[in-house]
Design a binder for this molecule. Sequence first.
Ligand code: FMN
Length: 335
Amino acid sequence: MSSVITLKGRGVTKIIKSKVMLSPLAGVTDKIFRKLVRKWAPDSLLFTEMINATSLKKGYGTQKIKQLELEKGPIGVQIFDNRPFAISEAAKLAENSGAFLIDINMGCPVKKISRKGGGSALIKDRLLAIELVKRVSKAVNLPVTVKTRLGWDNKKENIEDFLLNLQDSGATMITIHGRTRKQGFSGSSDWDMIGRIKDLLEIPVIANGDIKSPEDAINCFKKTNADGLMIGRGILGSPWTIGQIDFSIKKLKDFKEPNIEEKLLLIIEHLDELIKEKGDHGLLIARKHISWTCKNFPGAISLRHKLVRAIDADEVKALINKTIESLNTDQKILT
Ligand SMILES: Cc1cc2nc3c(=O)[nH]c(=O)nc-3n(C[C@H](O)[C@H](O)[C@H](O)COP(=O)(O)O)c2cc1C
């Protein structure tokens, strides 16, 4: 099996040097979070949050694609919409901003989006889905990819046929979250079915759903024979996970997972970046990341309670510094 993923756009061939990718995650995978993930995953394809094409065309949400070319490593831009013109225009804007590829969201189950015909609703409106892939593939030189699910209501909707049509229409890679729209996040990701789809398609197939550790990744590769893996929830609170999984797949030994002190310092680093970019609102955004990161060590629960109630960044930092001091004191007593 090749160690890289090769994607052919209309005008370019792009190579991804890692088989482990970051999912697009609304409210999470912004520029600041991607910078943290990148520390451990220099080669991985990372994604923006999903972006509404119509809004982007009207000038809203442009910060989500700003200066992608200045970021280290490949960044895919994920767009959702059901309007072919809007989605093609948004794709051009993303291309001009340095996107590595354009991904069309055909899997989002959120009602606000699917009711308007975007996201997972495209699994039902297959002709429109095909039209979107064709139009975007003509509008940009970059590879155009699709992220979708196994069906709308159930797995007997001949999703295989749908995916073959997307492939024929110009999609250069398909990511499959192994659940239906109806399942949301219930049940488990059907890696067997992803494997059957992988056998069928000629373009790279990326398996997604329930991969959170190097062991999951190995099992998923065994079951699906997929060309790559995409990690979503497994990155929440641990931005090193993708690098860690990539490390184990490449059979590089000794991945150094951050220790407690390093995890706490990471919270401060993330918070500082958020405040610099977004002012006081940065603290509100930081709180969810804090509650994801501050866990699984002695005293984490009580510290987390205090951190998410802190009224400003100084209080967060004081609490963390005090915890680090006591960790170091404990360490000295033990040695
Ligand atoms: C907070 C959150 C935000 C998400 N946002 C997006 C998104 O913007 N676009 C998308 O295609 N999928 C989105 N997803 C779905 C994930 O990309 C992924 O397909 C799903 O979580 C399954 O993978 P996992 O088990 O590794 O989390 C989101 C999921 C979560 C939990």
